[in-house]
Design a protein around this ligand. Structure first.
Ligand SMILES: [Zn+2]
Length: 105
């Protein structure tokens, strides 16, 4: 076996070692990804529950200029037919409503 052949064989040996290491790394990463996917699924489930519990409504009167939280005494005084419900403050603000003190925290 000449030097060239020896070099080629050594190179293949090294490459195979690298590939094995690479393969181990990929396996490790795939395991991590699988774990992260599970964690992600768990967290988004929790997030959905949280979203449901904190989903707020904002209430304005068609005849008024302010938007209120549902618990506000002014919101409770708004007649059903004049009630306007927003899912976000921004939507109410975009329609020209001002925030009542009950929302100013
Ligand atoms: Zn209010």
């Amino acid at each position: 076996m000449n030097q060239f052949e020896q070099n080629v064989i050594n190179s293949f040996g090294l490459a195979r070692k690298d590939i094995n290491e690479l393969y181990e790394n990929v396996k490790f990463i795939l395991e991590q990804v699988a774990e992260l996917k599970q964690e992600n699924a768990r967290l988004s489930k929790q997030l959905n529950i949280t979203k449901k519990t904190v989903s707020k409504k904002y209430i304005a009167s068609k005849t008024g200029s302010k938007v209120h939280s549902p618990g506000c005494v002014f919101a409770k005084n708004i007649k059903q037919k004049n009630k306007k419900v927003f899912s976000t403050k921004t939507k109410a603000l975009n329609e020209g409503f001002k925030l009542c003190n009950c929302l100013a925290y």
